[in-house]
Write a protein that binds this ligand. Structure first.
Ligand code: GLY
Length: 305
């Protein structure tokens, strides 16, 4: 029997300032609309999350694709992951510097490779062999981020302890979707953290940490400070609790409590099961999110389920 499709996206969890709220809301609405176009014509959850994430990678508001944070060397290094809940196939890229849309390369890995991960030059070579155009790293860098890094490095001593505070931007993006066939999928994409060491990989592209999908449990995408999230394997932690019979809305909130209590971490999560039950939660002052069903497109920057 056909299922009612649903799509949830997030565009980062942190203290989004008032003057940036509109840009975040527009960004997540546009992403949800793009993913929804796929679902409403009968497309797969996998295609829907890919299209939704591409829109946010292309939007300079977010820490994904062009406009991402710069690493210590002043370069953009991107991570992304995509996972199919029907087959458990996944594709991930890490530390790529010449891909405008890392999620496109991740999808190619999922679909056309026997492997799950490619990193750095190997990922770029794989993408190019699959027909994905490479760009220059400079094409991903915008003046706002050059200035942000310059300011941070100039005041490194005073800022060091605050770099991973909820006030600092964590604009990682992600999407989870359920299609008409009853399959779920998830994807997450990020530029990582400001001034990160070259080669640092965050939670976003790590299976079960920043992203996970299994029709038998749930699809999850996280955002926030990556190191605590990966130590707790948080996306899988949440999916397992849905599989144990808990409602995604409750599990989403619990996962944020767990992140805070266990490691003083902060961030947000979107969670969706194959019955269309979802959860949206964050332990930061704000998180940009949008939800698309046949009835409505809703978006916000705060959510307590
Ligand atoms: N959550 C994104 C990162 O820490 O890389």
């Amino acid at each position: 029997m056909p299922t009612n499709p649903i799509l949830v996206v997030h565009g980062g969890a942190w203290a989004i300032p008032d003057d940036m709220v509109e840009a975040h809301l527009n960004g997540v609405r546009n992403a949800a609309a793009a993913g929804w176009r796929v679902l409403e014509r009968g497309g797969s959850a996998l295609d829907a999350v890919e299209e939704a994430v591409v829109v946010m990678e292309d939007d300079e508001t977010f820490d994904a694709g062009r406009g991402s944070f710069l690493n210590r060397d002043g370069k953009v290094q991107l991570d992304a992951f995509i996972m199919d809940g029907a087959t458990l196939r996944g594709g991930g890229v890490g530390c790529v510097e010449r891909l405008r849309n890392p999620v496109r390369a991740a999808r190619k890995i999922l679909s056309d490779s026997t492997h799950v991960y490619f990193v750095a030059e190997g990922a770029e070579r794989f993408a190019a062999e699959q027909g994905i155009e490479l760009c220059r790293n400079e094409d991903l860098i915008i003046p706002r981020e050059v200035e942000r890094l310059r300011e941070y490095q100039a005041q490194a001593e005073t800022h060091a302890s605050h770099l991973f505070a909820p006030e600092i931007s964590h604009d990682t993006v992600g999407a989870v979707a359920l299609d008409r066939e009853g399959n779920i999928a998830a994807s997450t994409s990020t530029g990582g953290t400001l001034n990160k060491d070259p080669g640092r990989l965050g939670d976003s592209s790590l299976i079960g940490c920043g992203c996970y999908a299994d029709n038998q449990s749930a699809a999850a995408s996280t955002t926030g400070w990556g190191e605590p999230i990966m130590k707790l394997v948080l996306a899988k932690w949440a999916a397992d609790r849905v599989a144990a019979g808990n409602l995604p809305a409750w599990v989403a909130k619990e996962s944020m409590n767990y992140l805070k209590k266990r490691l003083n971490g902060h961030g947000g999560i979107i969670l969706l099961d194959a019955n269309g039950r979802f959860g949206i939660a964050h332990n930061t002052p704000r998180m940009a999110w949008a939800l698309h069903t046949a009835e409505k497109l809703e978006a916000g920057t705060e959510r307590t389920n």
